[in-house]
Design a protein around this ligand. Structure first.
Ligand SMILES: *Cc1c(COP(=O)(O)O)cnc(C)c1O
Length: 466
């Protein structure tokens, strides 16, 4: 499989190189040159498979040529055995034809484990083969950092540096990162905000000279194609569990960077019957404003009870825009250049094409809490604030009650106890067993000034080959 850039100017790459790259050199994101397509008959034949075998069938075309079949099977079996539920991604029914798919049974209690547990193993495999060493550098407002650290902690050929804004992530989130004590793990608490962290990471990728040419940076945010790829699988799993592919499904997806929901779009392109995808956002609603009014415009960042969706721009949306523009990179480049200066729209027929599949809703903190409360009263089931936004949006946007609606449950409620507390349901969510002693574990992290030179100096001195 070859991968091409959404801006049409960077060279195409194979899977291994895509795995080890951040943005393409033209500023675009990599996407497969063409997608595999599965017939209904093929999909039907996957009914009842264990998760890791389904994952093999869905993903193998993307890695073919880079990883032998048998090795990939072993890797997937290993990856999904760390999830604390036999079915990996269990479905919970809320109402008639309404479901939550729990994607938070992995080691860090958020859906990001599905991709990052695999990413760590893929990196180790490819780097061992190439006898190469890399440095992961990433910024986090919470969930990405812990999932990346858990996913890569055992990688022999990787040093991992995660920047988080000092004293601005929740205690559970911080401890999930800082209590992992490997030699190759470096948590940097930056005296600044998340945007400062992200800016430093971006500038470091743009100019890697501070590493002296002896190693290279690898991205772990969802611009990395391997993350998107791993998220396609659970759409198939949900469908097969609920009567697919002989009936279609609708999904509601709590959305930040548009990675998770883009995977659903790809599942549909690959042949899975999906009739509706609901983009569920919090008050940071650039995607909702685009979907409802064909106006793409950046607003100020708002801090909400669902911090993992607090974004101003959704990077993976570019991957959808590429398809909506007939895969013409020049058109995408022009559009995004203009978007820097002010609001932009796309041609009406392209926007209507997107609207055939996508609906959207923005949910504020008050309605997030109200939904947590409602679902708890009706079902004695506790939603985390991100998933609650998904459920609320699903209920607002549903087109056809005969079609099963599945909301992706993106995080465990114990990860966000403050929001659950604010909802006033009178119970507080307990951490699962494997994390019950989180607050007693030793922490290790470095507090650094909000200064690019200081951070780059730290990396240059502390990676394994330094
Ligand atoms: C990362 C995250 C999201 C947003 O996912 P995207 O792929 O960025 O759209 C939603 N909920 C939780 C809990 C997350 O950690």
């Amino acid at each position: 499989m070859r991968y091409i850039s959404t801006r049409g100017e960077a060279p195409s790459l194979g899977f291994e190189d895509v795995l080890l790259t951040g943005l393409a050199t033209d500023g675009g994101l990599y996407v497969p040159e063409s997608l595999p397509h599965f017939s209904l008959e093929t999909i039907r034949s996957w009914r009842g498979l264990p998760y890791h075998e389904l994952a093999f069938n869905v993903m193998y075309p993307f890695v073919e040529g880079a990883i032998p079949e048998a090795d990939f099977r072993v890797m997937l079996k290993d990856t999904y055995s760390v999830f604390a539920h036999q079915s990996v991604a269990p479905l919970v029914q809320l109402d008639s034809n309404e479901w939550v798919m729990e994607l938070f049974r992995g080691p860090t209690l958020a859906f990001k484990d599905f991709a990052l547990q695999l990413l760590g193993r893929l990196l180790d495999y490819v780097l061992e083969k190439r006898k190469q060493h890399v440095v992961i550098m990433g910024a986090t407002s919470g969930d990405t950092g812990s999932a990346a650290i858990e996913g890569c902690r055992r990688c022999e050929h990787v040093d991992i540096f995660i920047l988080h804004p000092h004293q601005r992530v929740s205690e559970v989130q911080r401890r999930q990162m800082t209590t992992v004590l490997g030699d190759n793990i470096h948590n940097l608490a930056i005296k600044g905000n998340f945007d400062d962290c992200q800016r430093m990471v971006k500038e470091s990728f743009g100019n890697q000279g501070f590493l002296g040419g002896k190693t290279q940076l690898v991205a772990v945010n969802s611009i990395n194609w391997a993350r998107i790829m791993a998220q396609i699988v659970y759409y198939f799993q949900a469908s097969l569990a609920l009567g697919g592919p002989d009936r279609s499904l609708a999904f509601s997806v709590p959305t930040g960077n548009f990675g998770d929901i883009f995977a659903g779009y790809l599942a549909r392109q690959m042949g899975l019957p999906i009739s509706q995808l609901v983009i569920a956002t919090n008050r940071n609603d650039i995607l909702h404003r685009f979907m409802s009014g064909n106006r793409y415009e950046q607003h100020q960042l708002e801090h909400t009870l669902s911090p993992s969706m607090d974004i101003m721009v959704s990077s993976n949306f570019e991957r959808l825009l590429f398809d909506l523009h007939g895969r013409d990179g020049a058109l995408v480049k022009d559009l995004l250049e203009r978007a820097k200066a002010g609001p932009v729209s796309i041609e009406d027929y392209r926007w209507k094409q997107a609207r055939q599949l996508f609906d959207s809703a923005a949910v504020d903190d008050e309605n997030t809490c109200a939904t947590i409360r409602q679902v708890f009263e009706a079902n004695e089931y506790l939603l985390d604030p991100h998933t609650a936004i998904g459920v609320k949006a699903a209920r607002e946007c549903r087109r056809d009650t005969a079609v099963p609606m599945v909301t992706l449950g993106t995080a465990h409620p114990a990860k966000f106890p403050d929001a659950v507390d604010r909802a006033g349901v009178g119970v507080s969510p307990a951490l699962p067993h494997h994390m019950a002693d989180l607050f007693e574990r030793e922490e290790r992290y470095q507090v650094l000034e909000n200064d690019l030179g200081v951070v780059q100096d730290f990396l240059a001195k502390h990676w394994k080959g330094a």
